[in-house]
Design a protein around this ligand. Structure first.
Ligand code: HEM
Length: 142
């Protein structure tokens, strides 16, 4: 589970992430596609508004971080899409690295080391939940 201080920091950061959500998501894709061009083909059929879709997902997570049960339905839908497209566990660290860098780039000095540590913890916590679900979906066809 996430620590109480991480939850507190994420909730406090939610308004800033909401304000800059699309910029953060746009920067994340820019970094992801330049550093790891091999993932680009996964997004070949993605809608034009994929950055906004990701931004909304990040914000929703941020706002519900202390009540993740409310996200189960949404996460299940995302995981089914990921499995259908071929997203695998080893893609998550790449996206995590670029998302964290994008948050740092967009929020600048406001993203203190403490805030960045909390985001890192939160991303990999969520990634763990999604990876587990996606592995189950891929192997059991549930
Ligand atoms: C915690 C991490 C992640 C979150 C919160 C997230 C969120 C989302 C959301 C909300 C969607 C849209 C689902 C829908 O259309 O119903 C999506 C789709 C997608 N995601 Fe993720 N994702 C994550 C990790 C990843 C990773 C690691 C990859 C691999 C590079 C990835 C690649 C994709 C692709 C290719 C699509 C489909 C785009 C399309 O064709 O519509 N995602 N994701």
């Amino acid at each position: 589970m996430l620590t109480e201080s991480t939850v507190t920091i994420l909730k406090a950061t939610a308004p800033a992430v909401k304000q800059h959500g699309e910029l953060i998501a746009g920067r994340m894709y820019e970094l992801l596609f330049s550093k790891y061009p091999q993932v680009k083909s996964l997004f070949a059929k993605a809608p034009q508004n994929q950055p906004q879709v990701l931004a909304r997902a990040i914000i929703t997570y941020c706002e519900n971080v202390d009540n993740l049960d409310t996200l189960t339905g949404a996460l299940d839908r995302i995981s089914r899409k990921h499995v259908a497209i071929g997203v695998t566990a080893d893609h998550y660290p790449l996206v995590g690295e670029c998302l964290l860098q994008a948050i740092q780039d967009v929020l600048g000095a406001a993203a203190t080391p403490e805030i960045m540590t909390s985001w890192k913890e939160a991303f990999f916590f969520l990634a763990g939940v999604m990876i587990q679900r996606e592995k189950a979906l891929a192997t059991q066809n549930v």
